[in-house]
Design a protein around this ligand. Structure first.
Ligand code: 5GP
Ligand code: MN
Length: 316
């Protein structure tokens, strides 16, 4: 067996902090859940940092050991950062990170900055798939709770096994997860058939404002503060909108501009078959994967719109 840091953590009985990324999604929440469960089963003292609200369709992954950054006290032997490509995306403060003697990054982003003391970065579908590989190396036998976290992680990051990051290995891992006998129908319903009505209406409003650019190969969608205010939504309710733009026939790239303020626009990009959106994100200090990436533009919505349209149109 290779030198597996997870084995070292489990045998050292050191104190751990699990750190997902900001604006948590199914992959980082699912992988935090299974890793925490694995540490529980080995009697390892640990917490999960959760500063942001958990989207309601992932509340089944909430654990009692979740704390906020300002509740952290003392030091930790290991800080385990999941699904996070760069330090500024970690869901905690630099102060909390500095309390961890050893930072372990477990990630699958093409643009990972290798900012940990140890970095396990593999281009697999999801951190769930990567963790499953680490579990296998140390002969850790997953149970139904591990399966719930791993399944959530993999099914969400692969778009229900539709995206190009789904490989035969991903499906083999999924089969092994199913063999635990976990209630996958219940979990699928929690994730996909449990959306708040206002979230669905926000998506509908955003889609009715769609614009096409770049010879109709680019879909441009917006969620403004006004749109959120009307529905009493938070920005995390905009989850799923950018993918709906990509699902349109003839669209190669879908861009969602999320108005955080009149000086800050969060950009989410999804491509269908050839455009590398991680390259575009990197130009603006962001990152991600070939088919899913993002960045932040410090300008107003109109300027952001022009900037992104210009950059993408030249590549289509
Ligand atoms: P989303 O559009 O769902 O926010 O993000 C899509 C992918 O791009 C995710 O894998 C996410 O980690 C990455 N990403 C989004 N925004 C940023 C950013 O500002 N910086 C970096 N490095 N990655 C980002
Ligand atoms: Mn991920």
């Amino acid at each position: 067996m290779k030198n597996n840091i997870l084995k070292e953590i489990l045998s050292s009985q050191g104190k751990c902090l699990i750190i997902p990324h900001q604006s948590p999604d199914g992959d980082c929440l699912g992988s935090s859940f299974t890793l925490s469960h694995c540490l529980d089963r080995h009697g390892i003292e640990h917490h999960i940092i959760m500063d942001d609200l958990i989207p309601s369709n992932y509340l089944f992954l909430k654990k009692d050991n979740m704390i906020k950054s300002d509740q952290v006290s003392g030091t930790y032997d290991y800080g385990i950062i999941l699904d996070t490509s760069s330090k500024d995306r970690a869901g905690t403060t630099d102060e909390v990170l500095s309390r961890c003697s050893h930072l372990l990054v477990i990630d699958h982003h093409k643009t990972n900055a290798y900012f940990g003391d140890t970095n396990i970065v593999k281009m697999v579908s999801s951190v769930g798939e990567l963790l499953f590989g680490l579990y296998e190396e140390i002969d850790y036998k997953i149970d139904t709770n591990d399966a719930i976290g791993l399944y959530t992680s993999i099914v969400t990051d692969t778009g229900e096994f539709r995206y190009s990051n789904t490989t035969s290995e991903t499906l083999k891992v999924a089969a092994r997860i199913f063999e635990t006998g976990f209630d996958f129908e219940k979990i699928s319903q929690e994730i996909f058939s449990n959306q708040e009505l206002k979230k669905v209406i926000l998506k509908s409003n955003a889609l009715s404002g769609i614009e096409l650019h770049g010879q109709n190969k680019m879909a441009l969608l917006k969620v403004t503060q006004t749109m959120l205010g009307e529905l009493e939504c938070e920005m995390y309710h905009s989850d799923g909108i950018v993918e709906a733009g990509r699902d349109i026939s003839g669209i190669e790239v879908s861009v969602l501009l999320k108005e955080i303020s009149d000086k800050e626009i969060k950009v989410s990009m999804r491509s269908k078959s050839y455009l590398d959106v991680s390259e575009i994100s990197l130009l603006f200090g962001g990152g991600g994967h070939i088919r899913a990436a993002g960045c932040t533009l410090n300008m107003n919505l109109q300027e952001a719109e022009q900037t992104i349209i210009k950059e993408i149109e030249s590549r289509l």
